[in-house]
Design a protein around this ligand. Structure first.
Ligand code: HEC
Ligand code: HEC
Length: 232
């Protein structure tokens, strides 16, 4: 892969220093300022863990990036170049104005960090099932729904109704925002608008920096519990 070769070249050239490239990459991974957009408040770490085992208390939209550089393909087989896989997130979720290039020292450092968190020589590609047809789901248990909200939504949206602790003012107040849906999406049941947003990250193909939740990231059962908790 060209990205890898270039980075190897960089290291061979002896670009060291007190902070290794991988350490710098780790900082960038956790910093929303990696993006050149002033409207972005997400870092890679907002949506991706880096642990080998599932984290307690979090249901993130993206997979853990442990072993990511050892996978043969990404985004459910759709991306076969790691930099492209990263740029999908960078441009669509972090509002990056132009994609990271192979030559950019920041993307080289990020790559070194991704290699460092990939200790195994080979890892399997991970499945990604994007729900295409939006339909209602059976309501579940509200107590489970509260847990799902805390684990999946609260980091960005803050507490329900008040938004207390939310990551960005851009993240709407849930579920209160749905009161506006009669005028914005006339005739569409409120819960379908929310399901559309969660499953596609966008509304009917238009706008948004919120990540999509695949079936692997969020089951219909947990989504149904979440809707019950939100009173939708
Ligand atoms: C707003 C949430 C969000 C942010 C921010 C984000 N990602 Fe993602 N990313 C996702 C989602 C959702 C997917 C699709 C599910 C998956 O494959 O992990 C994804 C997929 C990926 C994949 C493909 C993983 C695979 O095996 O299929 C890579 C690599 C990746 N992201 C790297 C990054 C890096 C590096 C950053 C920071 C520059 C970043 N992402 C920022 C949400 C995000
Ligand atoms: C990584 C941060 C992030 C996470 C996690 C996240 N959201 Fe969002 N969400 C946003 C942002 C930012 C917006 C506003 C921008 C946009 O529409 O994309 C938004 C918008 C929305 C909207 C549309 C509100 C409107 O203005 O009409 C809904 C509904 C929503 N989110 C539901 C959820 C639910 C439910 C979850 C948990 C399953 C969740 N979000 C998780 C960041 C996030």
């Amino acid at each position: 892969m060209r990205w890898a070769l270039l980075t190897a070249g960089l290291l061979a050239a002896g670009c060291g220093g007190s902070t290794s490239a991988a350490d710098f990459g780790e900082e960038l991974f956790q910093d929303s300022r990696l993006s050149d957009s002033q409207f972005n408040s997400f870092s890679c770490a907002t949506c991706h863990a880096t642990t080998a085992t599932p984290e307690a208390g979090h249901l993130r939209a993206g997979y853990s990036l442990h072993d990511v550089a050892s996978r043969p393909s990404w985004w459910g087989g759709y991306e076969t170049n790691l930099l492209d896989a990263v740029n999908f997130c960078y441009v669509n979720f972090m509002r990056g104005v132009s994609p990271l290039t192979q030559e950019d020292p920041k993307s080289r450092a990020l790559y070194e960090y991704l290699v460092r968190i990939s200790p195994d020589a080979q890892a399997d590609a991970l499945p990604l099932t994007v729900v295409k047809d939006i339909g209602d789901v059976p309501r579940g248990d509200k107590t489970r729904g509260a847990e799902v909200y805390r684990a999946a939504c609260q980091t960005c949206h803050g507490e329900t109704h008040t938004g207390k602790g939310r990551l960005t003012q851009l993240a709407s107040l849930l579920p209160d925002i749905t009161n506006e849906y009669d005028s914005v999406f006339p005739g569409v049941p409120h819960q379908l608008v929310v399901i559309e947003k969660v499953r596609h990250g966008q509304f009917f193909g238009v706008s948004g920096s919120m990540p999509l939740y695949s079936r692997e990231a969020l089951s219909d059962e947990d989504l149904g519990a979440l809707l019950a908790y939100l009173g939708l």
